[in-house]
Design a binder for this molecule. Structure first.
Ligand code: ZN
Ligand code: ZN
Length: 404
């Protein structure tokens, strides 16, 4: 290794007292293997330096390197209450140490120096991995433990826990997610009976309550794969969702048992199926997915239906493209433009006087109510025009979400 020892080492050793770890870190590229402490030792041996600097007297770290096992113990204590499989160590280092470090880097004109912070994080990780029997995960840890080395304080950053499932909505009038009261904007007022909410409950709350409690989380976010209208049922195989539980202390949930508990507490309102653990990436997948849906639609007309005509019209709708200008009811949250959607299938299930039940299979994003009524000609073609009688949707249920 002799030939790789840079000449600056001698200069540095004359000017500063450095411990083996700090010496090895500065010149880590001069040997291939070993920890920085081992590298520092080798450099000293090669230079026939017998005087070893105790880390407490190190000009750079003033003994910080020696405290690594102590920091590892602090973190172990802080993690005691948490369930996790992967972790990452972070640290806060005194500004003065970092300033001295930068000073040396500049003096030595180092191209790719390793900060002491990195060594501390890595070495603590090396102690904790076998001791806790967990793995360090740099991009995606379950928990990040940050030790403030000046104050001996550990802060935990707990990553969210993601649970995938599918829900059915068995009762009308339940919105998917929370709607704050429009009068008080969620603070609580007379109008909302001090609940802060516009609706008594939501699919989100019915699903999340037991799961957040079991995970001992501090909150949640609900990510549905689209949503049905408040007054629509969601049937069939259910609608995919991912529940994100914030700062969970427990991650190893017994999902089959929790699924049964959620379902017995919400009987008649909702039902969850297929619960499993998920990731943040899956939320993006669900949001981007365009799932084809099948609806059951109850339609009421201004005068009795002609059954034969209705069936004929339904047949002509198979594969038909329609154009929809943004409906007035959603205009405040969607851009005003014409959307082209396809009706894949339309089947007449039942006709009785002015009432008919249809099954509609449509492209993702089709406004069903508007396709039936025509929405003041904003949707064309539409069922009302095609059969020549104005009609409206009285009940709309999603009976299948395809493609999952
Ligand atoms: Zn040192
Ligand atoms: Zn209110």
């Amino acid at each position: 290794m002799n030939q790789h020892i840079p000449t600056q080492i001698t200069t540095v050793l004359q000017q500063y007292q450095l411990c083996d770890a700090c010496l090895g870190r500065l010149f880590r590229n001069s040997c291939k293997e070993g920890s920085n402490t081992e590298k520092g030792k080798k450099i000293r041996t090669t230079l026939h330096q017998t005087h070893q600097v105790p880390t407490k007297q190190c000009w750079l770290c003033e003994g910080l390197i020696e405290d690594i096992p102590h920091f590892a113990r602090l973190i172990t204590d802080a993690l005691r209450e948490n369930e996790f499989n992967t972790f990452l160590v972070g640290s806060k280092i005194d500004d003065e140490i970092q300033e001295r470090e930068h000073h040396l880097w500049e003096q030595l004109q180092l191209q790719d120096p390793e900060p002491i912070k990195m060594e501390i994080n890595r070495e603590i990780g090396k102690i904790l991995e076998p001791q806790l029997n967990k793995t360090v995960d740099i991009p995606n840890p379950d928990i990040m433990a940050i030790v403030d080395t000046a104050y001996d304080v550990v802060t935990l950053q707990i990553s969210s826990l993601f649970i995938y499932g599918r829900y059915k909505k068995l009762q009308r009038g339940i919105p998917q997610t929370k709607w704050p009261c429009q009068v008080c904007r969620g603070k609580g007022c007379k109008k909302c009976q001090y609940t802060g909410k516009l609706y008594e409950t939501t699919v989100e709350e019915l699903i999340a309550e037991k799961l957040v409690h079991a995970a001992q989380g501090t909150g949640e976010s609900f990510h549905g794969c689209g949503r049905e209208d408040i007054d629509a049922l969601m049937l069939g195989n259910g609608r995919p969702f991912v529940l994100e539980i914030k700062e969970p202390k427990r991650r190893w949930l017994d999902l089959p048992t929790l699924e049964r508990e959620v379902n017995s507490a919400t009987t008649g309102q909702i039902e969850v199926i297929s619960l499993r653990f998920s990731t943040r990436d899956e939320i993006a997948r669900l949001k981007a997915a365009e799932f084809q849906k099948t609806y059951r639609v109850t339609v009421e007309a201004a005068q009795p239906f002609n059954k034969e005509k209705l069936i004929k019209v339904a047949q002509t709708l198979r594969g038909k493209p329609i154009k929809q200008l943004t409906p007035t009811r959603v205009a405040h949250r969607r851009a005003n433009k014409v959307r082209e959607r396809t009706i894949y299938n339309c089947t007449v299930e039942q006709v009785e006087g002015i009432r008919a039940t249809l099954t509609l299979e449509t492209e993702s994003g089709t406004y069903i109510k508007e396709f039936i009524s025509g929405d003041d000609q904003k949707t064309q073609p539409n069922l009302s025009d095609l059969i020549g009688i104005p009609c409206i949707v009285t009940e709309l249920d999603v009976i299948e979400v395809k493609g999952e």
